[in-house]
Design a protein around this ligand. Structure first.
Ligand code: ARG
Length: 489
């Protein structure tokens, strides 16, 4: 019991009874917020230096505190630090351990509350986590661009409604994934930008009477405009300690990324099935069945799909957590961290797994070629052919529909129907109508920007290679990349 009372030395003054053991266990957050140790130490060092600059700490007190914090961080990183749940959270654990070593640290919490402290720590965390996620996503994009590079001349059906629609190259399909991931990178950059604002100095709710310099601590922490170097500060102390928008934005970025990864995983699962047979996943990212000896299951991709549910759930949990809270800080907000940390952990491992797996995916060219040989994939090209001969598109669509029905009734592939059938349906057709079913032509006709033409794909690959700082494979690719990037947004 005595220990409990001592543990609350930082706020226990007005209490006659210590918190119950059950309350301590219920209220602690150190089991998860110890992940913030590095940011907490950085925040405290900056705060101490600012207190020195305004004359609240002496130079020697400040340097003892900073040195003490640095050696504590080393201890934490090496795993030698003993966390105490009865001290509630990471902030109190570090402060009390520091004060035991450095008496001057009793002044460290001057003009600061855990409310602005935790807001500061989390903003530092988000900046670091967003940069880390961008790096991982870029590595994944590079791995997919390499895969696309090997699949430039592998043609597959593209699907709508999971029905064969029109032919694409496997590269074009994979580059669609890369586009999705590029937007994820932008979303994390946006989230990092939103986090780049210093709440430090907002205190518990209404700032402080002490003569602090918020601009100074913001500068020490790198909460500055990347162009001008000017510090960026939150403008309202009440908003600063209750705002959790950065949490939403980070969790949202993870959730959208999760949805993208899940869709990619679903494509891969389908492609890897015996029914499609377009690709083979590496043994290293598949698992066997404990019962059926023949099975090789795409568990890595299924988990990718499954984990996206967690990331979506975490975003939802955060929104619901905050929606009914009166301003400003309420202890409910302590529950904001597990959701964010979990999203970060899941998002990062999912990205790493897909990058590693993609590097070893092998296409089955025979199965792809068989699937894409279905001439109906080029039914729309036939309608376009009629359009080029002056037929209105709606009529052309109808004509081709009739030819499809005819080929079905006669059990003859559409491209093998006799000329008379085609001329009967479309008098404008020439005897070269069959050339439409040459897949090379189909791709050559699709060389407009953003389409699956082979030159387009080459340019896109070159552009991505350049953007991602990858080695280029052919001498022309730099030039093509530059041309293409000009057109990318
Ligand atoms: N562990 C707390 C949290 O994460 C820190 C803030 C505590 N503030 C308070 N007024 N009790 O929310």
């Amino acid at each position: 019991m005595k220990k409990n009372k001592d543990a609350q030395a930082s706020w226990g003054g007005r209490f006659s009874e210590p918190p119950s053991k059950l309350m301590l266990r219920f209220g602690e957050s150190v089991s998860f917020d110890k992940a913030l140790a590095e940011f907490d130490v950085r925040g405290s060092c900056a705060h101490a230096k600012m207190l020195r600059d305004v004359g609240i700490l002496s130079a020697s007190e400040c340097s003892q505190i900073v040195k003490g914090l640095e050696s504590l961080l080393k201890k934490i990183k090496s795993g030698d630090f003993v966390w105490d749940e009865s001290l509630e959270d990471v902030h109190m654990n570090i402060e009390q351990a520091l004060t035991a070593e450095v008496p001057a640290a009793a002044k460290l919490h001057t003009a600061r509350s855990r409310n602005d402290q935790v807001a500061t720590d989390m903003r530092l965390f988000f900046k670091s986590a967003c940069a880390d996620m961008s790096g991982r996503i870029r590595a994944l994009m590079a791995s997919l661009v390499e895969l696309a590079d090997t699949a430039r001349n592998i043609f597959i059906p593209g699907y709508t409604h999971l029905q064969r629609a029109q032919p694409v190259s496997a590269a074009h399909h994979i580059l669609a994934w890369v586009e999705m991931l590029a937007r994820d990178c932008e979303r994390f950059a946006f989230a990092a930008d939103g986090a780049n604002v210093s709440p430090l100095g907002s205190g518990a709710i209404a700032g402080t009477t002490l003569p602090i310099d918020r601009f100074r601590s913001a500068e020490y922490l790198g909460f500055v405009d990347s162009d001008s170097g000017e510090p960026i500060l939150t403008g309202n102390s009440m908003d600063a300690v209750s705002d959790r928008d950065c949490f939403f934005e980070f969790a949202f970025s993870c959730a959208v990324l999760g949805v993208h990864l899940s869709r990619i995983a679903e494509d891969v699962i389908l492609w890897n099935s015996s029914e499609f047979g377009f690709v083979k996943l590496p043994d290293s990212f598949t698992t066997g069945s404990s019962l059926m000896p023949q099975k090789k299951n795409p568990d890595s991709m299924e988990l990718m799909r499954g984990k996206s549910a967690r990331m979506i759930g975490n975003l939802n949990a955060l929104l619901v957590l905050v929606k009914g809270l009166p301003l400003t800080y309420n202890r409910d907000l302590q529950e904001d961290k597990p959701a964010v940390f979990d999203s970060y952990a899941q998002a990062s491992i999912c990205v790493d797994v897909l990058a590693a797996c993609a590097a070893e995916i092998k296409f089955n060219q025979g199965r792809c070629a068989a699937a894409v040989s279905d001439p109906l994939l080029l039914a729309t090209d036939l309608a376009d052919y009629f359009v080029m001969r002056g037929v209105p598109f709606r009529t052309a669509h109808h004509m081709v529909g009739k030819l499809v029905a005819l080929s079905e009734n006669k059990k003859v592939p559409i491209n093998e129907l006799p000329d008379e059938d085609v001329f009967g349906v479309c008098p404008e057709a020439d005897c070269d109508w069959r050339k439409v079913f040459d897949i090379k032509r189909a791709f050559a006709m699709r060389e407009k920007f953003g389409m699956p033409g082979l030159e387009q794909t080459n340019s896109q690959i070159a552009a991505w290679r350049e953007l991602l700082g990858m080695k280029s494979h052919d001498s022309n690719s730099k030039k093509r990349g530059a041309e293409c990037r000009g057109k990318k947004k």
